[in-house]
Design a protein around this ligand. Sequence first.
Ligand SMILES: Cc1cc2nc3c(=O)[nH]c(=O)nc-3n(C[C@H](O)[C@H](O)[C@H](O)COP(=O)(O)OP(=O)(O)OC[C@H]3O[C@@H](n4cnc5c(N)ncnc54)[C@H](O)[C@@H]3O)c2cc1C
Length: 372
Amino acid sequence: MRVSVAGAGLGGLALAQGLRGAGIEVGVYERDPAITARFQGYRLVLNPVGFDAVRACLPSRWHALLDAIVGDAYGERLVLDPRLNTIGALGPGKTGTVVDRHVLRHLLLTGLTVRTGAALAGYGVLADGKVEARFAHGDPVASDLLVGADGVGSAVRAALSPRTVPTDTGVRFVIGRTALTERFAGLSKAFGSKVAGDGVSLLLGAMRFRTPPKEAAEELAPDVTLPDVRDYVRWAMILPPDGSLGASTPQEAALSRMDGWHPELRELVEQSDPDNSTLLSIRVVEPRERWAPGPVTLLGDAIHATSPTGGNGANTALRDADLLRRNLIEAAEGRRSLLDAVGDYERQMFEYGAEAVRHSLEALPAYVPNRS
Ligand SMILES: Cc1cc2nc3c(=O)[nH]c(=O)nc-3n(C[C@H](O)[C@H](O)[C@H](O)COP(=O)(O)OP(=O)(O)OC[C@H]3O[C@@H](n4cnc5c(N)ncnc54)[C@H](O)[C@@H]3O)c2cc1C
């Protein structure tokens, strides 16, 4: 069996690792010109389902490394005013495993064959039932299954399920990261909480690695090279619905809305890394319309993109990867047909994927700022 995966995000890479580990031939095709073409290093909170899923996709010899490069999520999930006084609560405290997306992606890339600069442009089903993936540049590739793990703007979805389109929630946010030094120790109350300003909300989350990733790899898995990333605070400012950036850089946009805020909060944004700040829009994809199982399927944000406020997009993409991996191994071993393996995956994925999107949209209003 040969599988082509479009998209080298967390979901596509986890699936590819899992298939590689089972001896199934897999190629990954990524649109970006290089793996590090865009810095995408923000932290993610994984729940036990997402964490166990990515672990199951990785070879067991890397499990100790995985455990070393994560952190523990904690946070009281308070609502604070801009001077850091407690004015409410968002809900029960947050627990889970925190991972840095950039670091995890490097681990997931290790040993895989990834063709970069390979933007999938379409596909065709061949007479023998195989599928041919076609790219904007370069030769087409034939395989038994094409998996569209190409994110919220998925080109695979556009061909497979053209009526499934992203919905823009109108919510925009600026995201950045700042080295976590002693200077910001006083902000710990705000980690995992929401700072409710006038017309904006600021969310802070700490990424504290159990062991610095580069050192952990050198010690625990010499066949893996991980980036030299240190502890940081990820901040995200949610702008008013349909608000514009109103400044030349994301950092300035955030600071311009922080007059009179606690000095450490302002300093945190002032000291953030300009290369890791960006403006993002929250778009969701709701999986509604099933298609007949065939040699093409979808995984992750491509079919169920959630609002990041749900904290479940990566968890669900990793769950997909693990479920599809297990089903495809059964097909490769002749225990079920490929169509049955894909159809069963899609049936389960549609159900929990739709639930994940619903949950994330329900969580969104608590984070969207009030207008004065
Ligand atoms: C700020 C922020 C915080 C978040 N926090 C959390 C969290 O705490 N917990 C959580 O579970 N989730 C979180 N999420 C959501 C999570 O990041 C995503 O749901 C997850 O990364 C989706 O993975 P994916 O593999 O499906 O897609 P992606 O990671 O989007 O990867 C898609 C890949 O496909 C490539 N691609 C696109 N088009 C093509 C094409 N035509 N051909 C080839 N390649 C293509 C892209 O370049 C990209 O590399 C957060 C998201 C953001 C933005």
